[in-house]
Design a protein around this ligand. Structure first.
Ligand code: NAP
Ligand code: GFB
Length: 337
């Protein structure tokens, strides 16, 4: 019996990381490709998942037995602040079509991707899988956040009415190769890598948005990819799992990014300092405090993940950031900039 795994959003940051891991981990290993598996990485050019007809055609074509659902309208703080209805509506359309097609085609399992921005802005910390619906999300991205939260509600409803094996993952902020480096619409790490690169190349100022004070947790895309493969193969519960870094050594900074537990976040200023080092920028940089800071913090607990996955090694942050910068420099001409 072959296993056909459809990865929607397979051409993005996270999808490309899953493809990299499946192709580069030893075949048959915990995260490597298995002999009976066929992996399909779909992009919007193959099917615009906002359209139920195109969605159905994609499922008819591939007959997936398992689905990792990544496809979404995605963006950083500033893109979210600009297009709240668009983020809400497009992601609701995509999610409803993918979940219903997965039900109609009797997918054995579906994992959808949420985000730590779904959590309430005012709630006790650390955030756990039980907090998702305990209050409104931060106003900066309430469109995207509500669309993502609804997937958890849909998963429970499909399970109760039809017995579907649907679940979800809640990653913290992700970065890595194949990211979106657009100067305005991207997330903070790719946005600052691009800005720092241009400042170095053109000898112009490097300007970081906001105050630099907000705190974040980050996960390297290729580590997140392994966690998705683990969830696909070894986790069968409707409740979501937060996918974030592990605390495996005390601060200093070089450890903090992939050891970030719920009580260890990093400031945007620390991120900017790390990017200056990785890019090799010699100048100083300033903060444009006229631009928004967004949510101050969203510390998510990875206790559930750690209790289930056992031994897992996260990539050292500086290695992950250097990989991302290297990929960006080598692919500048065809990257999403
Ligand atoms: P990304 O790099 O922007 O990739 C998005 C993917 O979705 C692309 O493959 C894109 O296809 C596809 N897509 C977008 N609109 C589509 C549509 N209408 N129909 C079909 N496919 C469509 O995003 P990402 O960072 O990999 O995000 C993947 C998932 O992780 C998303 O669900 C996102 O919400 C979640 N997430 C991301 C972060 C983060 O920091 N990046 C953090 C937490 C959660 P094309 O290549 O054809 O455009
Ligand atoms: O990754 P980011 O855009 O999104 O980070 P969020 C925003 C934080 O980084 C704010 C600061 O404090 C910004 O002021 N920042 C500094 C920058 N310079 C830059 C820059 O050049 N670009 C960007 N983008 N930020 C997003 C949610 O929140 O998290 C999404 O809006 C999604 O829905 C994503 O969930 C994972 O972490 O604030």
């Amino acid at each position: 019996m072959s296993t056909i795994i459809l990865v929607t959003g397979g051409t993005g940051l996270v999808g490309k990381a899953i493809e990299y891991v499946i192709e580069n981990e030893p075949a048959g290993s915990r995260f490597g490709k298995r002999p009976n598996e066929k992996w399909i990485f779909a992009s919007s050019s193959e099917a615009d998942l906002r359209d139920p007809v195109q969605t159905r055609k994609l499922y008819e074509k591939y007959q997936p037995t398992h689905v990792i659902h990544l496809a979404a309208l995605v963006g950083g703080l500033f893109k979210n602040m600009k297009y709240k209805l668009t983020f809400l509506r497009e992601n609701i359309l995509i999610n409803d079509n993918v979940l219903h097609a997965s039900y109609e085609h009797k997918a054995q399992k579906l994992i959808s991707c949420l985000s730590t921005c779904v959590f309430p802005d005012k709630v006790e910390y650390p955030l756990t899988e039980l907090n998702i619906h305990n209050g409104p999300p931060h106003e900066s991205n309430f469109g995207y956040a509500h669309a993502k939260r609804m997937v958890d509600v849909q998963n429970h409803a499909y399970k109760e009415e039809f017995g579907c094996n649907f679940t979800s993952a809640i990653p913290t902020n992700v970065f890595g190769p194949h990211d979106n480096y657009d100067l305005e619409d991207s997330h903070v790490i790719p946005g600052l890598i691009h800005k720092c690169y241009l400042a170095k190349k053109n000898n112009t100022p490097f300007v970081v948005s906001g105050t630099g004070k907000p705190l974040r947790q980050f996960i390297y895309s290729r580590d997140l990819a392994k966690l998705f493969i683990w969830q696909l193969r070894e986790y069968d519960d409707v409740e979501p799992v937060i996918l974030s870094g592990n605390k495996i050594c005390p601060r200093p900074l070089s450890c903090i990014f992939n050891v970030v537990g719920e009580d260890e976040e990093v400031s945007i200023k620390e991120v900017a300092d790390a990017i200056v080092k990785a890019v090799g920028f010699q100048g100083s940089y300033t903060f444009d405090t006229s631009r928004a800071d967004g949510q101050y913090r969203k510390p998510a607990s990875n206790k559930k993940l750690l209790s289930l996955i056992g031994d897992f090694k996260f990539t050292p942050f500086e290695e992950a950031l250097n990989e991302s910068v290297k990929w960006f420099l080598e692919n500048y001409n065809n990257a999403r900039i």
